[in-house]
Design a protein around this ligand. Structure first.
Ligand SMILES: Cc1cc2nc3c(=O)[nH]c(=O)nc-3n(C[C@H](O)[C@H](O)[C@H](O)COP(=O)(O)OP(=O)(O)OC[C@H]3O[C@@H](n4cnc5c(N)ncnc54)[C@H](O)[C@@H]3O)c2cc1C
Length: 472
């Protein structure tokens, strides 16, 4: 792929579109901030030539028209919390940050919809909805710092997907700037709409390759006012995982969350928070949350979970029923990616997903892969929806060259194993450029070809976020 370099006249045009204060091009320290997302290894990073921070759809459209005229790649970026390199400008060019488009435009309580700009921090929307007794259910666990625009582009899913589903379920309308610079309104506040192709769904999860969202219509739900969390410690992973289907079938309930943490993940995170547990006895831990509007019912469901876990051999259980004590338990789970990142930058947080009942078969196979490649693979994630963050880490006794050479083979093995169990390579973090070249392991050529045709129909010059999702 060949793109034009940024010239001083392009910079001047960008300044005329966005204002001089919102174009960064000669300050390496500032540019560096936009060179990576949360994928830790340097090989996935790249400095943009220029960063622009438009304030409106009209400005975004003007930037896309200019980029098409000059053949300059444009990479959209929200908060940069992604875990697949999606917001990294791998061909340099223009980095389009949506950070200034951060207004909550409307909370429509009559239609149970909110209209927001893409740069709203996900948790800020939640805080704004709280006084109305409403919430946006499809948010990820990075909600304190990620943006709604990034959530829609990744079709993020979080700890609560087993009950509430993922972001896409709640996106009803989008204002989109197309890769060639048109502004289109897709969907709206309608709950039902079968008028033509479902372009809203096509855009959701398109990882910034098919359009730039400038306005988002989000469906809201009544906020559950009763919540209880249960933390159950088990001697081994098999016993813990056996509980998951039993909760749903024998317990006849769907918790809001069922999170799995293996010994390494849980101990690292909990110890870093100075929490005390019988670490030497723990093989795996489950964190459940149940929620609803009836306090009595929610408590009864939590008790059912506690009983099933006890029956399955839980060695210790902790019940939390206040906002503070529930958040304390979640903090351990949320700390895991940071604890692993602190432990080593040479790791690869993966995002494999299998049908829920296949987790029991997947875990021993991950162990086997770790042994074969002589490296540790901590596992944590959303057991309730089959989405596990298996995280191969560099063996301290191996050289960096060995790790770099061996990781693609390890990942190929892991992805093939996942596919054989009916799974695939990403449940929520997306493909970006980190996983792009593995797509052929889980998709037929004809399917990849459909994706290429869609991309090129909308973006004939491959200007918008090139090099991501599917090789052109
Ligand atoms: C600690 C931690 C926990 C996490 N937990 C979860 C989790 O539970 N579930 C989950 O799904 N993910 C999780 N993630 C990953 C990440 O937070 C999500 O993918 C999130 O949705 C990305 O949002 P962002 O605002 O940071 O987007 P960015 O990383 O900035 O961008 C992500 C993608 O969106 C595109 N994009 C950005 N803005 C727009 C726009 N306006 N229009 C079109 N495309 C756009 C970018 O080009 C890029 O491809 C976690 C990450 C971390 C670090």
């Amino acid at each position: 792929m060949s793109y034009a370099a940024i010239t001083s006249s392009v910079i001047e045009e960008l300044q005329a579109i966005c204002g001089r204060d919102h174009v960064v091009f000669d300050d390496e320290k500032k540019l560096k901030k936009y060179s990576r997302d949360q994928v830790p290894e340097d090989k996935y990073a790249r400095l943009p030539e220029v960063v622009v921070m438009p304030r409106s759809a009209r400005e975004v459209a003007a930037i896309m028209k200019l980029a098409n005229r000059e053949t300059i790649p444009v990479t959209p970026r929200a908060a940069g919390s992604g875990l697949s390199g999606g917001a990294v400008p791998i061909y340099g060019g223009i980095l389009l940050s949506i950070e200034r488009m951060n207004a909550i435009l409307e909370i429509d309580t009559a239609n149970l919809m909110a209209v927001v700009e893409p740069g709203v921090v996900t948790n800020q929307l939640d805080a704004a909805l709280k006084p109305y007794g409403l919430f946006f259910a499809g948010y990820p666990m990075s909600e304190e710092f990620c943006f709604i625009g990034g959530n829609v582009a990744e079709n993020a899913g979080g700890g609560r997907a087993i009950k509430y589903g993922v972001t896409g379920r709640y996106i009803r309308g989008l204002e989109v700037v197309t890769p060639t610079g048109d502004i289109v309104q897709l969907g709206g506040k309608r709950v039902k709409d079968v008028t033509g192709y479902d372009l809203v769904s096509l855009m959701v999860g398109s990882e910034g390759t098919l359009g730039i969202f400038t306005k988002i219509v989000v469906k809201l739900l009544p906020r559950p006012n009763a919540r209880v969390a249960v933390l159950s410690l088990f001697r081994d992973a098999e016993a813990a995982i056996a509980v998951v289907p039993e909760i749903v079938t024998a317990g006849k309930l769907i918790p809001a969350a069922i999170e799995f943490m293996d010994h390494f993940s849980f101990s690292m995170a909990a110890r870093s928070l100075q929490e005390t547990f019988p670490y030497d006895q723990i093989g795996a831990v489950l964190l459940f949350e149940v929620d609803g509007s009836d306090n009595g019912l929610v408590r009864a469901e939590a008790e059912t979970i506690r009983r099933i876990c006890e029956h399955r051999g839980a060695i210790e259980q902790h019940l939390a029923d206040t906002e503070q004590s529930i958040e304390r338990l979640w903090k351990i789970r949320k700390q895991i990616p940071w604890a692993i990142k602190r432990y080593t930058p040479h790791q690869s947080i993966e995002d494999i997903v299998v049908p829920m009942a296949a987790i029991a078969a997947l875990l021993p196979k991950l162990d086997e892969i770790g042994r074969r490649f002589q490296t540790q693979i901590p596992v944590f994630g959303h057991a309730g929806d089959g989405n596990l963050h298996a995280t191969p880490m560099k063996n301290p006794e191996h050289t960096l060259e060995h790790w770099d050479r061996m990781l693609p083979d390890l990942l190929t093995d892991m992805y093939r194993t996942t596919a054989r169990l009916g799974g695939t390579i990403s449940g929520e973090h997306g493909i970006g450029h980190k996983r792009r070249d593995f797509m052929g392991l889980v998709m037929e050529d004809a399917q990849l070809d459909m994706m290429r045709k869609i991309k090129l129909a909308l973006d004939p010059q491959n200007i918008l976020n090139p090099g991501k999702v599917v090789a052109i």
